[in-house]
Design a protein around this ligand. Structure first.
Ligand code: C5P
Length: 408
């Protein structure tokens, strides 16, 4: 909450049925602490009334470049100068075409043209029928708007109001909110490719039973989100958890430690940073039964013997690229006691430059955590905070370390 405190956003609505989602988006932006000034085109007002948007934004809505409320009669200048960003959601195909040509015959397009390019970014959430989205003209406009400096969010895929199915829906309000929050984060890892492991692993005993642990995956998912917010390309190898994938993150789902090892090996060649947050099972049953092991009433219990799983982090840290300094490896240690001593010992055993310790039972399943960073020169504490805040701090810290190493 309050991810957008202090931000002033001009929310522009253009003509499209996705205007109904803009009402919820407006509410979500305000809930996160932003102030929102709504500007609507004439067409948008066919889909949503200014009354609704005024009530949700708690500000009167602007629609005309001739609005007499402004003493100088220049709402296009006054409103754009205050903004930290102009967000057009929904942005129709027609409005994209208009922006592309620098047309300015209504308040919203006029404001986009008049905005200071360097200080007021333009964020666009397209919304249209799938044929309109796929049309070469729209795709040409999209590419040109991006090269003119606009940020164009993805479109959603699925059922459309017209009854067709495909690409072109506006993202849902919660997805756009995540994109806007990400937009404002510093791009400390731009150009990097971060590979993250997260969650527990599951080691089968038989087809219906297995061994796992209490890791919720929340810390690793937060790290993946924070890395993507920081501008990295992110791949997340996730054990069995039911968490939503952070926006823009490529997710690979796995079950066992050996699956996770395989997925990491498949993906690590492209990575420049590897962050192992997964609570990988150290051992697995030596033999997983093909069929369910039955209780036969004799009181006899099954004998389980174990074999050790591959140590994913240690193997990656030993790889040629990691050893050559082309891949920065970060390990995690979930301990139940003696965090400092255990984390220091683990850092050396795994052969990684940075090891992040946390107390497992105090954080498993929770939304907050406290971290202890251990490197060759000492330790640094990150006080209890939300996992997302800690993840952002950790990513910023890793970015500084990579810069210091001169890793490209
Ligand atoms: O040895 P331990 O499980 O305590 O080490 C924790 C760190 O090593 C974490 O970063 C974890 O993701 C990683 N690990 C691994 N493969 C294993 C065991 C742990 O990558 N088999």
């Amino acid at each position: 909450m309050n991810e957008l405190a202090g931000k002033h956003i001009v929310l522009g609505l253009t003509g499209g049925i996705a205007c109904y989602k803009a009402a919820d988006l407006c509410r979500a932006l305000v809930k996160e602490g932003a102030t929102v000034q709504v500007v609507m085109t004439e067409a948008a007002q066919q889909f949503m009334t200014p009354v609704t948007m005024q009530a949700l934004s708690n500000r009167t809505v602007y629609g005309s470049q001739w609005d007499p409320r402004e003493p100088n009669n220049m709402p296009h200048i006054n409103l754009s100068r205050e903004a930290d960003a102009i967000l057009i959601a929904p942005c129709s195909a027609d409005f994209m075409a208009k922006l592309l040509h620098g047309r300015a015959d209504d308040l919203l397009s006029l404001m986009c043209l008049a905005r200071p390019l360097q200080s007021v970014p333009l964020l666009i959430a397209p919304a249209m029928n799938r044929e309109m989205w796929a049309h070469p003209a729209t795709q040409r406009n999209r590419a040109q708007l991006v090269s003119d400096g606009a940020t164009i969010f993805d479109v959603g895929n699925g059922d459309q109001a017209c009854g067709e199915t495909g690409d072109g829906r506006m993202l849902e309000s919660h997805e756009l909110l995540e994109e806007v929050i990400a937009f404002f984060q510093p791009k400390t890892l731009a150009g990097q490719h971060v590979l993250v492991t997260a969650g527990p692993t599951y080691e089968a005993i038989d087809p219906v039973r297995g061994i796992t642990n209490l890791s919720s995956g929340k810390m690793g998912f937060s790290i993946a989100r924070a890395a993507r917010e920081a501008g990295a390309v992110v791949t997340l190898v996730a054990g069995p958890v039911s968490l939503a994938t952070p926006r823009g993150v490529n997710r690979v789902d796995v079950r066992s430690a050996r699956d996770m090892f395989q997925a990491v090996q498949d993906k690590v060649a492209a990575a420049t940073v590897f962050i192992a947050t997964a609570a990988v099972a150290d051992w697995r049953p030596a033999h997983a039964a093909d069929q369910k092991i039955k209780k036969d009433g004799s009181g006899k219990t099954p004998e389980l013997s174990f074999v050790e799983n591959p140590d994913i982090l240690a193997a990656v840290a030993q790889s040629t690229r990691a050893q050559a300094g082309d891949l920065y490896c970060v390990g995690f240690a979930a301990e139940s006691q003696d965090l400092l001593a255990n984390a220091q010992a683990k850092r050396l055993r795994k052969g990684v430059p940075l090891l992040v310790g946390n107390i497992g039972p105090a954080t498993f399943g929770q939304d907050d955590n406290a971290l202890l960073l251990v490197d060759e020169s000492g330790t640094q504490e990150m006080e209890r905070d939300s996992k997302l805040s800690l993840a952002r701090k950790l990513i910023a810290n890793i970015a500084i370390r990579m810069k210091a190493r001169g890793q490209k």
